[in-house]
Ligand binder design. Structure first.
Ligand SMILES: O=C(O)[C@H](O)CO
Length: 384
């Protein structure tokens, strides 16, 4: 550790979904740190996996211009959505959650049998039409479970039933799929390289697949989860038959309700872990090497955090460089103790007492500052 005056604290959380952006989390944590170490050097790196905040994270790191267009939201209503075009005018950074994210729907509207990624396809198409031939798309935080078929439809694919009619959008309709028609697919797709930043590494189907693991948080009942999983399996079979692509075993294929697999099948995309892309672009590893203490976090942390979520990636780097790493979450869920082996020195949940979820969302900034202060107090004791 350096001298007391130059104590270097790295704040690098993801956003707290439905609550605070990564930047807001950082500002709250910084308040708590400064109460104890007013002279500390605080390095602030807002992070994202592929989900909400991805575009802002990359634009903050690389610079560029925000483009806003109207697209269809997951239920087909028009909404404004933004994406970024970097300085080279060739590279677009897109966040599927901007068009097809869960936060675009009220809790009572969430139903992955009906929701569609069509709006995400509109963002991709717009970027290609503006001349971008290199697309980086962050996926996660979705309201959808349609295997990316809505996205593909916006690019010209047609999903036909046994009578040759187009099926309706949504994960619940995929059972009707009989043939995938590619005759009207935009020619721009062949000229474009698409890299996908997945927020998780789950496969498309099965017990660790998109529907089983993330369906319930999008409003799926147990019955729906079963149906959605069968439908994605059926989609994979149709893709194998009509497009000659195998997508069942792809790590990240199950991200964003199977959009990961869909982007590979329909857009010749390459899947990466979102954290790896963000890590490179923000030079996170260098900041970790220079830090005396690291604070990361996310709205919820549990055993699933190990599936490639941002705080896990931070903790892995902290472990590599033997740095202390605190994880702060709004809620610590089942199996969070397993995260201690992954590089977390300590984990804290926000609530100080038996308060409701609503209250902890309202008080999140204060509670984050308080938790950061508590951690700093402990460090300060050992530094004297
Ligand atoms: O959108 C989702 O399904 C989750 O964030 C996992 O990708």
């Amino acid at each position: 550790m350096t001298t007391q005056q130059t104590m270097n604290i790295l704040l690098c959380p993801d956003s707290f979904k439905d609550c605070l952006s990564a930047q807001e989390v950082i500002e709250a944590l910084a308040t708590g740190v400064q109460h104890v170490f007013p002279e500390a050097i605080i390095t602030k790196i807002p992070l994202a996996d592929g989900g909400e905040g991805f575009v802002q994270t990359l634009l903050t790191a690389l610079g560029g211009q925000l483009i806003s267009i109207q697209v269809k939201n997951p239920l087909g209503r028009l909404t404004d959505a933004s994406y970024g075009i970097l300085g080279d005018k060739q590279t677009a950074v897109i966040e599927m959650a901007a068009a097809s994210g869960i936060e675009l729907l009220k809790p009572e509207e969430r139903n992955p049998m009906l929701t569609s990624t069509f709006g995400t396809g509109q963002l991709l198409l717009d970027a290609m039409q503006r001349g971008c031939r290199n697309l980086i798309i962050g996926i996660g935080g979705s309201a959808t479970n349609d295997g990316g078929t809505g996205m593909a439809k916006a690019l010209g694919y047609r999903f036909l039933n046994i009578h040759g009619d187009e099926i309706a959008e949504g994960g619940g309709e995929l059972a009707q799929l009989h043939h995938i028609d590619t005759s009207k697919v935009t020619a721009l797709l062949k000229q474009t390289q698409i890299t996908v930043a997945c927020d998780v590494t789950n496969p498309l189907t099965g017990t660790h697949g998109a529907s089983s693991v993330y369906g319930p948080q999008k409003g799926a009942t147990a019955e729906m989860v079963e149906k959605l999983d069968e439908n994605l399996q059926h989609l994979a079979n149709c893709i194998e038959k009509d497009l000659d692509k195998t997508i069942l075993d792809l790590a990240g294929g199950g991200a964003a309700g199977g959009l990961g697999a869909g982007l590979v099948a329909f857009a010749h995309a390459e899947l990466s872990l979102g954290f790896d892309i963000v890590k490179e672009q923000t030079q996170l590893e260098k900041a970790i090497q220079q830090a005396d203490f690291i604070i990361t976090g996310e709205g919820k942390m549990d055993v699933q955090t190990k599936q490639g979520k941002t705080p896990w990636g931070v903790a892995q780097l902290a472990k590599k460089h033997h740095k202390p790493c605190l994880g702060i979450a709004g809620f610590l869920g089942e199996g969070y103790q397993e995260l201690y082996q992954e590089g977390f020195t300590s984990l804290l949940a926000l609530p100080n007492g038996p308060i409701s979820l609503q209250e902890s969302i309202q008080l999140a900034s204060e509670l984050l500052a308080d938790k950061a202060e508590q951690a700093m107090r402990l460090i300060s004791f050992y530094r004297h």
